[in-house]
Structures are given as C-alpha cells and as structure tokens.
Design a protein around this ligand. Sequence first.
Ligand code: 9MR
Ligand code: 9MR
Length: 596
Amino acid sequence: MHGALPENNQAHLFMNPLIQTLCLLMVPLLSASGETIDEDADPAASNLSPIWINQVGYHPQQQKWAVISDPQAKAFQIVEAEGDATPLFEGTIGEPAYWQPLQAEVALVDFSDFKTPGRFLIKTDTGATSAPLIIRNEALRELSKAAIKAFYFSRASFELEPAYAGKWARPAGHPDDHVLIHASAASESRPEGSVVSAPKGWYDAGDYNKYIVNSGISTYTLLLAYRMFPEYYNGLDLNIPESGNDIPDLLDEVKWNLDWMLAMQDPDDGGVYHKLTTLSFEPAVMPHLLNDPRYMVMKSTPAAYNFAAVMAMAHRVWKPFDAEYANTCLNAAIHAWEWAEANPGILYKQPEDVHTGHYGDRDIRDEHFWAATELYLATDQEKFMETARSIDCEIGVPGWNAVGILGHYSLAVEKQLPESISVIREQADKELRLANRSAAKVGMENKDYIWGSNAVAANKSMLLLIAHRLTGDTESFSIACDKLNYILGKNPTGYCFVTGFGARPVMNPHYRPSMGDDLKDPHPGFLSGGPNHQRHDVKWVSGYLGDAPAMAFCDEEASYATNEIAINWNAPLSFISGAVEAILEASAAPEDPTDE
Ligand code: 9MR
Ligand code: 9MR
C-alpha cells in the first residue's frame, strides 16, 4: 500500500456536514426512488449519508441507536437491504440539538424495538439512506477476536505463518537478542554498550519500538478482560500458534508481551528500562528488512511502578495455570517496586541522541497508587494497602499516563471494595450525564478529541462496562455499547474506525507493516487513533475531513496523529467488544425455531 493515494478524497469532500445537507436537498429523488446500496461499488459511496450507524452489527435484544445530522428529517423507516421497500418498522426522529464537537445539530434515531435479524437500511423522510444495518446474534464476536488477533500481527521477533496470518504472513523481524545498553541506562554490571537480550513483545504502534509504560496499560487491560469474563475468553479460539495448548488464547497472546517485559528488568537492581528502541524511527518497510541497532534506554520510576503493577496482576491470573511463571512474575513485581521506592523521582528524560516516542509522565502518583494496589492484591500484605491509601492521585478515564483508576478497577473486581466501587460509580455517572446531555448520546466533548481520541471513547466505554458489572445498572451498559457504536460508525466521519470491519473501514492506517507490504487491505482488527483536533501532522497530510474537532481525521498513511494504530488503543477495543459480546451472548433469548 506504500505510496497509494488516498482513495476517498471525493467522499471526504462530501462528508462535510454542510455539503451533506446540500446534497440531501438536491438529490432526494434519487435516494427516495428505492435505490439500494451496491456493496461492490466504492464502499465510500455507500456512506454519503447523514445517518451514522454501527456498521458492524447490533444484537437483536440490544438498545439500538443511530444518529442523523440532517435537522430536517423527522421520521424514519427500516426496510430490507435487498428486497422491496415495504417498511418493516417506522419511528420518529428525536429533537435535533447542537453537538459541539461537530459544530452542527444532530438527533437520535432509536430503533431498539426492531429486533428482527437480517440486513436492512434506515431511510428518512428527507430521502437519506444509511449504510447496511445488520442485526444478528453474535454480532460482535468476530470483531472481538480480530481486536485481539491484532496483537499477534504486531508480535516482534516472530515469523507470522500463513496458517495464522493468511495473506499478511511475514518473516520475523527485530530479534532483539542483541540489545545495547544506552549511555542513559548504564550501570556498574551493565556498562554502556554491553549487550543484553529482550526478544518478543508487541510493537507499540505504527512504529517498531517497545515502550514499558504503554505496554503496561495494554497488558493490564487484556488481563482484566480475562479476569472479568473468563468463560467467554476460555471459549475464544484466536487461531494463533499456541491455540492447541491448555491456556486460553487470550492469555497466550498476553504472555508474548509479558515475556518481553520481564526481560526489561535489570536483574541486578530490579530497575526497569523505560523503552527498547532504535535511536530514530525506522522507515515504513517490512520489519525483517530493518537492522538498525536497538537500545535499552534509561531506567525510570514510572516504568518500574507500571511494570510492578502488571507483573503483580499477571501473578494472580497465572496462578491456576502455571505456578512457576506466576511466581516469576511476583518476584519481578516486588523487585521493581523496591527499586522504585528507593528511586522515587526518576522521570523519563529523552537523551539527546534518541528520537523515538517519549511516553514521559511528570505526575507518577497514579502509577505509584496502582502498583501498591496490585501488590496488595497479589500478596495480601496490608502494608501495600496502607501505602495506596496514603497516595492522593487524580482519578479519571484512564490512558497511558493516567492509571489511577486501574487500581480501583482491580480492588473492586477482586475484593468488591466499597470505596473503589463508589469511585468507579462516580466516574461512570459523569459519563452518563455527558452522554445524556448530547441529543444523540455522543458523550464525547471537544477536549476528548486528542491524539488517540477513539481510545478515549473506548476507555469511557470500558469504565461504564465495569460500573455495570459492579452495580448492575442497565443505563451504563447501554451507553457503553453506544460508545462502541461510535467507534464502529455512529460518528460523523462515515468511517468504521476498525480496519477490516464495516461498510466503510479505515483503509490506510499509519502502521509500518501495512505501509510496507504490497496488499491493498490493511491488517484487520486495528483501531485507528481517530480525530485529533490538535492536528500535529498537518504538514504531512493532504487535509482533514472538516474543521470541527470530530472531523479532524484523515485516512492517509502519513497521518500518524489521527490514523496511527497502537496497542493501548486496541486493548480497550478488545475489552469492550469482548465484554459487550459476552454480556449479550449470555442474555440472548433462546432461538425461536419459527424464525427464518
Ligand atoms: O512513525 C512515527 C509514529 O509512530 C509516531 O507516533 C510519530 C510521532 O512521534 O512519529 C512518526 O514518525 C513521523 C515523524 O514524527 C515525522 N515525520 C514523519 C515520520 C513518519 O511518518
Ligand atoms: O499516544 C501517544 C500520545 O498520547 C502522545 O500525545 C503522542 C506524542 O507524544 O505519542 C503517542 O504515542 C506514540 C508513541 O510516542 C510512539 N509510538 C506511537 C504512539 C502512538 O502514536
């Protein structure tokens, strides 16, 4: 796909909501004449629509919401996608109201009462037609598998064989068995230039480097998914090389990264290197073609706390499967914790000759809190809980540099600790208020349109799902599902932000293996970062979909600030697609034999 021109330029133009509305006024006859969407045509064409829907699918019994950005539309019908125009369901559209991130009015289309499985279209009285609407059981199962399989595609030091990777098979890259100690990481037993080995792990994102802090939250998120929905994941076959063994595939995939993380610890003092990278970002070619030297770059306190938290969690999860590995994880966690307690203020500082990602964090009280809670849960030692109680850290929707709430997730899920449950409840209620303030229940504010905004949506959804599991309220579940809908197409860009899914998926992610191969289709199951109002990549791209924050998106390979992929974005996507699917599968009505 390297060098390919953006294919959807036309569509970008038309997706401007103003132009959309103009088009609608000009062509109502066309769409009202019962035209159906031709799937084989340019997928972009099927989305020149003011109706935003989840393009992947809704479960029959689920709350079903779409959005319309045409304030003239008052009523809608649902018809067969391939059939006559007989309305199968009719409804009125909600009151339009201004949605700030789009700088335009939007309204809710609620078709929750329509529960018939099949492929349909939503049509409005103004002549607009949606992308195909899919209603079926297990609607999100394949998505939930692909979101985890994406981690397999990003394995470092590993050949991807056709049996598992299909057309995306590739030779192994970055063996990382000859990693140099950078000057910033030199110690007495490992002086500058000494060689260590730290193979495996996942590439962080569009680049081929490996960073502890970002690995930590990603690994934790996947482990928590397993901890909360073990039955679902025990039955999930990801078709990875380890699929035949006795360990659930999700955990096999996570172990690929844990093994690498363990090698990021200096066995002599317990300190953890912040990252393993080349000095500069490598070019966008296939991984096996590269051999720039790779370095261990400085030990940092945030890396050590983050590592300690994840290893303590891994200890708990692995205990029933492999006691020896579980023990290794716990010892590593304690060693890292001790190093961090003795070296409390070593923040990451990018050395002058290093130009890769920083993941630098100035406030590490949240990392400290999180590590203390996980060590308490792993060891049952009160002293860790006392430390946790003594730390006053900010709590909110998590991200790579904001991990405080993860400690509460674990305490609430493992121990039903009332304080932690109420912290989570309070944050979830904030999100409910935000979603309900928006006429179309899009609980994203201007300030959420940062680098990786789709992961902000995914992490909000994850928070609501955890709140739902802890307190049983159904509204948290509906709003959590709706954030997934947002990612899957219920948004103004017209895109499903997961590669390989939906009527109009993102096609040109900033992901070096996809940029470096000859295939048109990007690797599937990856979540694009999404609209980023800060537009850091403005000088590299041909333009964004629009001026509004929610339209600051560009489906071009060069757009690393709106269209990169990253493990800390795919992890919450994996969590929410798996959790929603698990919960809905468990609550599905028994199949009616008279159906179909
Ligand atoms: O490819 C790099 C990506 O992984 C990072 O997120 C991004 C920001 O650190 O940098 C990317 O590299 C780009 C660089 O920053 C600017 N010139 C173009 C580079 C490759 O597209
Ligand atoms: O996700 C990170 C985002 O929050 C930062 O604003 C951005 C710039 O520092 O970096 C992002 O992380 C990138 C990392 O530095 C290098 N690998 C690619 C990551 C995703 O773009």
